[in-house]
Ligand binder design. Sequence first.
Ligand code: NAD
Ligand code: MG
Length: 410
Amino acid sequence: MSGIEKQLAKNQRNQVQNVAVLGATGSIGQSTLDVLSHLPDRFRVALLSCHQRLDRFQEQCDRFRPKRAIVTGPRNTEVDAWLSGTTGLSGTVGSSETVRGVGAERLIEAIVSDEIDIVVAAIVGCAGLESSLAAASAGKRLGLANKESLVVAGELLITAARSSGAELLPIDSEHSAIFQSIQSGQCKSEVQRIILTASGGPLRKWPVRDLENATVEDALAHPTWNMGRKITVDSATMMNKALEVIEAKWLFDLAPEQITVVIHPQSTIHSMVEFCDGSVIAQLSPPDMRLPIQYALTYPDRVPSPANKIDWREPHQMEWYPVDPERYPALELGFEVARRGGTTGAVLNGANEAAVELFLNRKIRLTEIAKICRSVLDHHDYSPSPTLDELMRLDRWSREEVFRWINIPC
Ligand code: NAD
Ligand code: MG
């Protein structure tokens, strides 16, 4: 039985689906729990994971009473106290029903077990790859927010999902929009191109020469979306769209030439598909991640959602503009990786994660991020069909290169 057939059979039997939310304390994790809290007849929160923010995590455990709760962050006295239940954070009825665990290995065991039907991958960065791969290999429905999994190891993840029959459903709003719009066509050959929209980020109107002076606060002041810090910096540089070009290539099996990026400052049109007859089908809604998250959970059904709706009585402007490569040099890196494949995604992603961390720690300028990524990409030892071990080695290497760039011991 394919993944979708399994899902339909469960829906018909009205069986409640057990959901794992990985990275529960983050922006997507919290939005996912909000969606799940509105659909108690369809879903049960069975597994939660986090890396830090134990106070928030314990509140989530108390409220949702998952079967298992796993902390993957470094072991310290706070984590030990939480594990043994002696922390002041615990002590309610909910926490006593939950089996607590620590470490990435425990998390993988829990994900692949029969206890879980759906995995929402909301960990940030390459750290989410192992769990995404485990869910895909175990034939789960995988709601993928963690785009870095596809950027680093798209081929391996898609192959794992194909061979197990896992369903890979996008949560990233642009890719959910493409997924929804593409259903207007009958087959892939009808798709001429996809148009990914980008808000342009908080610095869209700054003079290009001033961008090098952008502070962390400037870069984090996103005009339309409220997200985690890493993706918000990626939006300011447009590295986020570069990663999404690679994500789209893998999810929809597209050639890079079939992907166009436009700036749409209102973030209402989440992306579009242009078909061979010239028709363009778009998905619109206010910027609210609860909608694409819910669609990945309930697909192929649509059910009422807590997400904000467009108020059609209000005037609304919709604009789009071409992307200026001088302002956003990171975007071209995404197209290059989409063309070359192989090891390039792991290297670009590793370099970007390290550079964003340095920027957030005020060690480099915002404009250095794309320059550093270009240099690391150009200097790596390219291979067209790497193994997972090779990708992980290059992930580490690219981070070390970034630290070497600014002479910081890593
Ligand atoms: P976030 O920083 O708000 O949350 C990240 C979560 O991952 C937290 O629960 C954290 O504890 C956990 N985590 C951090 N490091 C970890 C590690 N090494 N191992 C395991 N867990 C770890 O991030 P976010 O904004 O929610 O983004 C999560 C993912 O979703 C990213 O891949 C991002 O690109 C993608 N995404 C986010 C949005 C959004 O609106 N926030 C939209 C589209 C896609
Ligand atoms: Mg997106």
